[in-house]
Design a protein around this ligand. Structure first.
Ligand code: GUN
Ligand code: ZN
Length: 420
């Protein structure tokens, strides 16, 4: 099988403020894997005579990873409410109830993955509804490398969404979906939907089985007040999960907006990840995550859209809100770091960085083509430009997305119908 060498300017993030870039880049791909990258001429020198060259009009960057998104909320993304708790009650519980209907779920899953791949997202971690079958449907419709988990809820939501025992909630679901540790993520929705006993059982289940865990932590002041009322023995919100054994290096905690120094220290000690959701935090007026504290404590984090609280599944939009939110608070953050947090950091969070997340040789050929701003190589300026301009989902989306070397073009415009 001969290789293809894609020729275009190229940016390869390698760390928070670390990258390689080439104005005349070459990316050699064979059988869905990256074989070599670098300056085009240098890549051609080590290649074979019959390598096919494809010159692309745009800039090659890695495909995006979204480590906290609710695929079942995609149809109602951006629904407005002044805070988390009323938003859940008014918009989310009714919407997620609909996923008991498998035809509805199948159509919604197809739309979700068509939209995310069009926005350049090639991998991620998603919450499903409470229905085991919807997890399987999402996995079958998946475009790219995704982990999915049914939200486990015992109480605090309509009866149609709540279940009683771990046996029902996880064991059966996983068997039903047959996903395994690569694809299934244990997802207690948040402390207000779960008893200590259920969370502890889920903690054991995840540790013994080697599963990732995802949940929501310290998102909004109203939620935190309710958690402290419901768990009076806990030191704080983080302690509720820590006591349950839910915090480890494979745990991914959405939001973490209002944590105390003690809580940051616990996250650091457990090696847990933060899914940082700046556009969602802004939309529900949840507050700004204390990025300075995250940095001080050395807690790993990746960016996430948190659709449907986040209004757009575009990581370019999330990067824009990330840069704006922290810069407005006087915190220095580079566009280069935003790209890292939306790509390689997500793969690290998912435990996939050996095979995905950037353009290193040996990795899966997942990449996107972004519009070339022209002029000299200006990595910081170019990334900034891609993230600017209103809803990046609409205005800054990739020209094309490749997953494992296969191009996923946006669907053609529907044929025009002749007017009568
Ligand atoms: N907390 C509990 N459930 C949810 C959810 O679906 N979205 C967000 N943003 N926060 C939550
Ligand atoms: Zn969420």
């Amino acid at each position: 099988m001969s290789a293809v060498v894609y020729r275009a300017p190229m940016i390869n993030p390698r760390g928070a403020n670390l990258y390689d870039a080439w104005i005349d880049g070459g990316l050699r791909v064979r059988d869905g894997r990256i074989e070599a990258l670098g300056d085009f001429d240098a890549v051609m020198r080590v290649g074979e005579a019959h390598d096919r060259v494809e010159t692309l009009e745009g800039v090659i960057v890695p495909g995006f990873a979204d480590v906290h998104i609710h695929w079942v909320q995609h149809p109602v993304r951006g629904a407005f409410e002044e805070a988390l708790m009323p938003w859940l009650r008014e918009h989310i519980w009714p919407e997620e109830t609909r996923y008991a209907d498998q035809d509805f779920a199948r159509a919604a899953a197809q739309r979700f993955f068509a939209d995310t791949v069009r926005a350049g997202t090639v991998m991620g971690m998603s919450y499903s509804s409470a229905h085991a079958e919807a997890v399987r449907i999402a996995d079958q419709a998946r475009v790219g490398d995704w982990m999915v988990g049914d939200v486990v809820m015992e109480h605090g939501a309509p009866e149609a969404l709540t279940r009683a025992s771990v046996h029902e909630a996880v064991e059966l679901d996983r068997r039903a979906s047959g996903l395994g540790t690569e694809r299934y993520v244990v997802s207690p929705r948040f402390a207000l939907n779960c008893s200590p006993r259920l969370m502890a059982e889920l903690g054991v289940y995840a540790r013994v089985g080697g599963f990732h865990v995802q949940t929501h932590l310290s998102e909004s002041p109203g939620e935190i007040r309710e958690v402290l009322r419901e768990f009076p023995d806990a030191e704080d919100y983080t302690d509720v999960y820590d006591r349950a054994g839910l915090l480890g290096p494979r745990s991914v905690l959405g939001h973490c907006v209002h944590l105390s120094p003690r809580e940051w220290a616990v996250l650091r000690a457990r090696g847990s990840w933060i899914a940082h959701c700046p556009s969602s935090n802004e939309a529900l007026d949840s507050g700004r995550m204390d990025l300075e504290a995250v940095r001080r404590h050395g807690i790993p984090y990746a960016l996430a859209s948190d659709v449907g609280a986040g209004p757009s599944h575009s990581l370019l939009h999330v990067m824009q809100r990330y840069l704006d939110a922290h810069r407005a608070a006087g915190v220095a953050v580079s566009a280069v770091e935003a790209l890292y947090r939306a790509t390689l950091a997500g793969a690290e969070c998912m435990g996939r960085d050996a095979v995905a997340g950037n353009l290193d040789a040996g990795k899966r050929a997942d990449f996107v083509l972004l519009p070339a701003p022209g002029g000299q190589l200006d990595v910081e300026g170019w990334i900034g430009e891609w993230t600017r301009g209103g809803m990046a989902e609409l205005e800054g989306r990739p020209l094309a997305t490749w997953i494992a070397g296969a191009r996923h073009d946006p669907p053609a415009a529907p044929p025009r119908t002749a007017s009568a």
